[in-house]
Design a protein around this ligand. Structure first.
Ligand code: ATP
Length: 505
């Protein structure tokens, strides 16, 4: 053999062995599989969060990187997979299809349609996990996002790009607040995304029906990962929903995303982590459960003009046990968000619906975003209600009250009445302003308590019909001028005269 042939044969040998070396790190074999988790040997080059494919076509995400093997969570069924099955790297992070085609559809955590309305033609994909926008690209939150719920818009205002937690025990109307907020975005140019995690499929179907009935599916996407889904799908559902929202945000649009609910999300992650043999911490949650939600919610923000000017407002929901807000997951999410709407069972059962506890609910940034007219008319509401609650406790057993105390109590009771609001009837800003103006100004003091709600509703209807120009002015300017306030006063006095005869009956 001459020297050139020798060199060629060495080179050939090298090239062949190089091929098998890379091959080894691109594919692996399953060592163990069960409960939606696969331990795989040989994927030396796999990276955290990478999408892998099994020989059955099932997909998985790499979540544990150990010395000799990797832990993979399965996104599909385990059927057909066994020890020795081959796993292939895809070289890309788990992603989801995004785009306008998703609007009006119900999809699963992987973006696959589950509403039977045919395939979804998306042209772009976005990674499910994505780093949140940096400080430079963010703008302060100063544009309101109206929920249409008087108690919230008046006292716990939410701005576009804010993260406001809805927290409360089971069956206290948490979902109802989120749904009302979605309904109120009709015609406001806001894309809504409702992420359902660990709920009953029938509940999600019912919710879709409600949204469709009120015409809200025209601008809403539902990402559904019901209780029957494996834990990995429930785990990625909120990230997938956020990725869809980020697409619209990057287009300069405003997005509202509801995570219903993050307690179930934390439970799904705990299941995953325990199956991956990660060490359990407090309440058996893994150590990084804070990061689980902080990296999710940090992705909601308002971008500056240079970055598109879009925003994503997040309404995460947390369910508490017996009102315990100091449990592990509730305290974590309270500290991540920009405020919370606290719903109380006692209020709910006493008929105060929505059951917002005004004392414990706060909005840390929304005040800057509140509509001027609402800010002006609702100015004393919080203090008056706080005073009322205090007096109510002290005067429970005393029959002898001085006039000032009696008046403060009467005023408080009337304020509580106007804050009651039925389901699926969000109020526009101008209506709220009129109601707040007459209620906080003490103009309802002569209306019998049991008639306060119907009276204010009927008066506002009559006022809107008689003085549409004043209603339009409030809606357009977002402010209540002195002249407009005067018109409300005179109209109210005239209306009272008309109806007060019925009060005696
Ligand atoms: N403002 C309201 N007026 C009247 N009924 C209401 C109101 N808000 C909620 N409800 C009723 O209360 C019930 C519970 O509401 P909802 O499902 O929103 O609560 P939840 O806290 O999300 O419950 P879950 O614990 O099941 O998630 C529903 O039947 C709903 O119709």
């Amino acid at each position: 053999m001459n020297s050139s042939e020798e060199i060629i044969s060495i080179l050939q040998e090298e090239i062949e062995s190089y091929d098998t070396r890379t091959q080894r790190s691109e594919t692996g074999v399953v060592l163990e599989i069960g409960d939606g988790i696969a331990t795989v040997y040989g994927l030396d080059k796999a990276v955290y969060g990478e999408l892998v494919e099994f020989d059955t076509g099932a997909r998985g995400i790499v979540l544990n990187l150990e010395r000799d093997c990797v832990g993979i969570v399965l996104l599909g069924a385990e059927t057909g997979l066994h020890e020795g099955s081959v796993v292939r790297r895809t070289g890309r992070a788990a992603d989801v299809g995004v785009g306008d085609a998703l609007i009006g559809r119900t999809v699963d955590a992987l973006g696959t349609p589950i509403d039977g309305l045919g395939p979804i033609e998306t042209t772009e994909t976005r990674p499910i996990e994505h780093e949140a926008s940096g400080v430079i690209s963010r703008e302060p939150v100063n544009v309101p996002l109206q929920t249409g719920i008087l108690a919230i818009d008046a006292m716990v205002p939410i701005g576009r790009g804010q993260r406001e937690l809805i927290i409360g025990d089971r069956q206290t109307g948490k979902t109802a607040i989120a749904v009302d907020t979605i309904l109120n975005q009709k015609g406001q140019d806001v894309i809504c995304i409702y992420v359902a995690i660990g709920q009953k499929a029938s509940t999600i179907a019912k919710l879709r029906g409600t949204l469709a009935q009120h015409g809200a599916m025209d601008y809403t996407i539902i990402v559904s990962s019901p209780a029957s889904d494996p834990a990995p799908l429930q785990y990625i559902a909120p990230y997938a929903g956020t990725a869809m929202g980020e697409y619209f945000m990057s287009q300069g649009k405003d997005v509202l995303i509801v995570y219903d609910d993050l307690s179930k999300h934390a439970v799904a992650y705990r299941t995953l982590s325990l199956l991956l043999h990660r060490s359990p911490g407090r309440e058996a949650y893994p150590g990084d459960v804070f990061y689980l939600h902080s990296r999710l919610l940090e992705r909601s923000c308002r971008l500056t003009k240079e970055y598109g000017g879009g925003s994503m407002t997040a309404l995460p929901i947390i369910e508490t046990q017996a009102g315990d807000v100091s449990a592990y997951i509730p305290t974590n999410v309270i500290s991540i968000t920009d405020g919370q709407i606290y719903l109380e069972s006692d209020l709910f059962f006493s008929g105060m619906r929505p059951a917002v506890n005004v004392g414990l609910s706060v909005s840390r940034v929304g005040g800057a975003a509140q509509t001027k007219a609402i800010k002006k008319t609702a100015g004393t509401l919080r203090i008056d209600l706080a005073r009322f609650r205090e007096l109510e406790v002290f005067t429970q057993f005393s029959s002898d009250l001085d006039a000032a105390t009696q008046q403060a109590l009467d005023h408080g009771k009337r304020l509580m009445e106007i804050l009651k609001q039925p389901l699926y009837q969000p109020k526009p800003v101008n209506r709220m302003v009129v109601i707040l103006y007459i209620a906080t100004g003490g103009l309802l003091s002569d209306v019998p308590l049991d008639r306060v709600r119907t009276f204010t509703e009927e008066f506002t209807d009559a006022f809107a019909a008689a003085k549409p120009e004043v209603m339009d002015e409030i809606a357009q300017t977002g402010a209540l001028s002195g002249a407009a306030a005067e018109v409300i006063r005179t109209e109210l006095a005239a209306y009272k005269e008309q109806v007060s005869a019925q009060w005696q009956q």
